[in-house]
Unconditional design. Structure first.
Ligand SMILES: *Cc1c(COP(=O)(O)O)cnc(C)c1O
Length: 420
């Protein structure tokens, strides 16, 4: 069975007709295919073969508890970057020992909370953070596993807003500092140094950046081992890019990525930890919206839809282009160039420019492909637009996995002080 496809001109997710969902749930909303997630996870898992590894799905790509549950049932651990994400993973039934905690700004409260709840390892991003984790763990009479996130100084050649592995980025520490931290670590009572960690960026579309950073990680591992440190885990992060189209693949063949991992790390006697996000969920989701009005202008024509930048930020934030699809294919010919825009009062609320479209009218359903990652999770309530629903499809079943809040619920969160 295909994940997303057309049957008699109608868009389907698995066995569910998108039009039927839209008859019951007000647009805009996200639709995810469980099968698409499972297939991508299995593909990665199978390609890794005999390499000793663990997959930790990167929660920030799509943190809906049902999505986490899908990956958890496949045996995935979770990579989290906040206490909120940690609690979501727990709510999806993931045990603390299957969660790694990354990110540059872990607070004392977060560190204490996840030590109480259980954690597999912290990926350490700075010396002050190492000191704090050691202090907190010592006070609690615990020894916590830590890996140090090394900055491999590799430019992933992706959008500058999602590059994380160059010298000027806020992430990770230089190899010189890594060595110094390992040395200090031998004196620390609250932490046990288990390995190195790395994540060079997201939506990476060539193997070369990975090749370069893996080769550096290997070199550093060997050097630390020669100095007598027993490394047992290497976390290679995520970052594999995807093609933006219906059922799109990863932009790097998964087999080649896994072959590279085996080439560089198979003989090091370390467990390889992976933190994929986008490559597992990006093409497992679409965003469904309705046309509000076509607006014919002197210079430009606009198709104004009911989804906007607050619902799906990637086009505005990263200049990302997501393919616009008709939910029911038109038999009419394309007859004009349209800019696809939302109702938010910002010019950057533009999804695509100059798309040749058949005539469309109010109420027609459209969808954006490849909206499963960094879509719903980045949404805001700008313009007091409620967060939109998320729908999970499995075979011929579908269910709302996050409801749209009412406007009164949103307004009720505001408080008017009695002196006002
Ligand atoms: C965002 C992130 C990931 C996941 O990146 P993708 O590009 O979605 O695969 C993995 N690890 C860390 C530390 C991250 O910050």
């Amino acid at each position: 069975m295909k994940e997303f496809y057309y049957k008699k001109g109608n868009l389907f997710a698995e066995e569910v007709k998108i039009k039927d969902v839209a008859n019951h749930i007000k647009t805009p909303f996200y639709v995810y295919s469980k099968l698409a997630m499972e297939r991508r996870f299995d593909q990665l898992k199978n390609s890794l073969g005999a390499l000793r590894h663990r997959i930790f799905y990167s929660v920030k790509a799509n943190s809906n508890v049902s999505v986490l549950k899908v990956f958890g049932s496949l045996g995935s651990g979770m990579d989290v970057v906040s206490l909120g994400e940690y609690d979501r993973a727990k709510a999806a039934g993931i045990a603390g020992k299957d969660i790694v905690f990354s990110g540059v700004g872990k607070t004392k409260y977060e560190i204490q909370s996840v030590i109480i709840g259980g954690i597999r390892q912290f990926n350490i991003e700075s010396e002050p953070e190492l000191n704090l984790i050691n202090q907190v763990a010592t006070e609690m009479d615990k020894v916590i596993d830590v890996s140090v996130r090394v900055n491999p100084e590799v430019d992933a050649k992706t959008h500058r807003k999602i590059t994380t592995g160059t010298k000027s980025d806020k992430f990770g520490v230089s190899f010189e500092n890594v060595k110094m931290m390992f040395e200090k670590g031998t004196e620390m009572k609250g932490v046990s140094f288990v390995g190195l960690d790395m994540h060079i960026g997201s939506q990476i579309s060539t193997l070369n950046a990975f090749r370069l950073s893996f080769s550096r990680l290997r070199k550093m591992t060997l050097e630390l081992k020669r100095s007598g440190y027993a490394l047992s885990r290497l976390d290679v992060g995520g970052g594999i890019g995807i093609e933006h189209n219906l059922n799109g693949d990863s932009s790097i063949p998964i087999d080649s990525y896994s072959a590279l991992l085996k080439d560089y790390f198979d003989d090091l006697d370390c467990e390889i930890e992976l933190e994929p996000g986008r490559s597992l969920v990006g093409n497992a989701g679409i965003l469904v919206a309705s046309v509000i009005y076509p607006k014919l202008g002197d210079e430009n024509n606009f198709l104004i839809i009911d989804a906007a930048m607050n619902d799906f930020l990637r086009p505005a934030l990263y200049d990302a282009r997501h393919q616009l699809l008709a939910v029911k294919k038109s038999s009419k010919k394309e007859n004009g160039l349209f800019d696809i825009v939302g109702p938010v009062c910002e010019s950057s609320d533009t999804f695509e420019r100059s798309v040749n479209l058949p005539p469309m009218q109010s109420g027609d359903l459209v969808a954006f492909s490849s909206a499963g990652a960094y879509g719903a999770v980045m949404a805001s309530e700008y313009n007091t637009r409620p967060l939109i629903p998320e729908v999970l499809v499995s075979d011929s079943l579908y269910a709302i996995i996050r409801e749209r809040p009412s406007i009164s619920e949103i307004i009720r969160r505001d408080k008017i002080p009695e002196w006002l």
